[in-house]
Design a protein around this ligand. Sequence first.
Ligand code: ZN
Length: 532
Amino acid sequence: MKHEGTGMMKRMLWIFSLCLILYSCKEPLTEEVQAEIQVIPRPQVITVLEGTFEMTSKTSIKANRDLMVQAEQLRDYLSPASGYVLPINKRHTGGNLIELKLLDELSTLGEEGYEMTITSKKVLITAHRPKGIIWGIQTLRQLFPVEILREAAVDDVAWELPCVNILDKPRFEWRGLMIDYSRTFWNISHTKKYIDALSYYKMNRLHMHLTDDQGWRIEIEKYPALTEIASQFDTVYHEPREREGYYSREDIRELVRYAEARGVELIPEIEMPGHTTEVFAAYPELSCTGDTLSVHPFFMGPGIHNEIFCAGKKETFEFLENVLSEVSELFPSEYIHIGGDEAPKVLWKTCPHCQRVIKEYSLKDEDELQSWFIRQVEGYIQSKGKKLIGWDEITEGGLSGTATVMFWRAGMENALLSAVEQGNMVILTPTSHCYFDYTYDRISTEKVYSLESIIDKIETLNPGKILGVQANFWSHIDRTEPGMDRQIFPRLLVLAEVGWTEALNREWDHFSPRLEHHYQSLDLLDIYYTDE
Ligand SMILES: [Zn+2]
């Protein structure tokens, strides 16, 4: 309770200081001035100053060794379009300057906040932690003329920035996108494009749904048949080759490095106990029946299978622990997602192994058996120093007090409220606002902005229990890259603002013209989108 109180106090202090700064601005923002600040998500506090800063061939970057990665990243962002390869120095060497600096006294800005002051002579980005510097750099990129995103030199643009002071930090810690790699496999370059886009809009989690009935998408050294057999569709379906495949261990390491430099954390999801029939194509002994199954495209078989991991065989847990051990080593993330959704218990009801466990541990029914199953896995994940996330079905049959719950079923309000009441952290991904494989008729771009109504209800009843928000993209319907892009954009920009910007500081009428402005950015980021 004491802990919660401290968190709440900090939050109130932050809001109070924010209001104070907002009201103490000497020159309140006019509509005209605001038009220059087209940043998404909207920074918490913007004070426009007189004048402009111009980047020229004489501009240099100043940073200490602890920010060298960020300084190099900044140079790489600015070089292609401007044609200037800005030198990186520890000291100021003449000309105007972009300086990156960590300051202990900015601890109130947390892990991800930053302050940026632009005068005619200098851009200064300060933060408490390197991640704050990364987000400051993304704001800086958005303040430049949009042509800065071009990959080849542009001659006729003055690289001017408005003089401004920005004080900024995120509202929620988790601002994510889930991509389903199982129903359709997406290659490494497409994933990098998404990491770039997430970073540009300060979204910090890419949740990778790596396993499901339609294919296993990650190499596990101990179980080669997962990639040899379970990553391929059965040949009877004649699926195009590019829809199947997997990431090698080296691919994952490359993606982790790429994402880390851009402030994005990759979160692996390994599904259990359901949505696992692709595993039984390779290792049939892990289900209750032991039948060998085949890997089928989504629309060529049931969406939900009765065959799930047998909860009564010790081989199941041996397999899962070995898999999770390799996954934990590959992904430095704090969290591992274990799925937990849509697991029919029909075979558990008659399986002698499963029934033996129910009896041995005096469990009430098969729902409690799933809860027991998840607790076994959570114990193992915690022994690896990680935390567990599961879909909201993990609340059924008794929820572990330490699990983080990803709420996806829009009608599950009672379970959601009881989870936060119990003290669990939640991530909001409701089908009503966050399922970006749904049509725009069902979830319009503006509707995503109204996720606030759900956030507000939970925050009012149990403040501080929302870890964050996330969009989900399931890849069974849209299976081409442009099709996927159009489902996700521009809705992702809306969610980026909902996740970052305090509610008191934003509104749709202000967001909408900024979004129009960002269509040009999406063009230059090679992203297809719809403006319907
Ligand atoms: Zn069983």
